[in-house]
Design a protein around this ligand. Sequence first.
Ligand SMILES: O=P(O)(O)O[C@H]1O[C@H](CO)[C@@H](O)[C@H]1O
Ligand SMILES: O=c1cc[nH]c(=O)[nH]1
Length: 256
Amino acid sequence: MSNIQATVFHLGLNKEVLEGAKIALIPGDPGRVAKMASYLDNPKPLASNREYNSYLGYINNVPVVVCSTGIGGPSTSIAVEELAQLGVDTFIRVGTTGAIQEHINIGDVIIATGCVRLDGASYHFAPEAYPAVANYDVLHALVEGAKKSDVTYYTGITASSDTFYPGQERYDTFRQDVPKHMQGKMALWQQLHVLNFEMEGATLFTQAASLGLRAGMVAGVIVNRTKNETPDEKQAKIVEDNGIKVAVEALKTLIG
Ligand SMILES: O=P(O)(O)O[C@H]1O[C@H](CO)[C@@H](O)[C@H]1O
Ligand SMILES: O=c1cc[nH]c(=O)[nH]1
């Protein structure tokens, strides 16, 4: 039996509906997918299953798939693997993030050059010594995209944590503490000039590079952790657009 129509298990997509798309925009949040697709030409919904919501759109008549990954490395690795099975070879994660350096403001975007591997899933793709780094072409396109967009951007290292609370050393009213082995971690990453926390980059970069795929990441800053613990939901929805604008400009560079 021909495999061309085979539908991948979690995303509910097949090669025919992707129309040969080789580039994917991958936000974490399924609710961001329709908004991101609206930045493309002729967007149309494709599938929705679990945390995976997908659309197809076009830039200069070239198909681009937008597909959410859900939160964290395990679900991200499934989205990337299944999109790769369908022929996608270039991934741009468009996320939200918490800055940990004082000078970075809400609304700025961070373009990751590499990630600290505070996840688990990346170790299923490559051992500890393997770096979680962005693909140079995608990184360059994102930087060019940021220059064309009206946003302040920073490039540098992101810490990708499996957890939002202890892994990012959040203290709140439910728990005034994190386990001992996690205490002082935010100060450590700050001292090492890490810019921000998010939850998928390390898995994405390790998986993509180790499989010969290209990946980059841009994330809108929705909270500065030197000032606040918790992002504001309404503000986050506004800020996410800055990352989307940068990613769409980057697409234009990559597609040419
Ligand atoms: O806005 P997204 O892309 O989901 O990214 C960030 O937001 C989620 C946590 O709130 C994590 O997925 C984190 O990486
Ligand atoms: O602080 C933050 C904000 C968004 N996403 C994260 O993982 N952490």
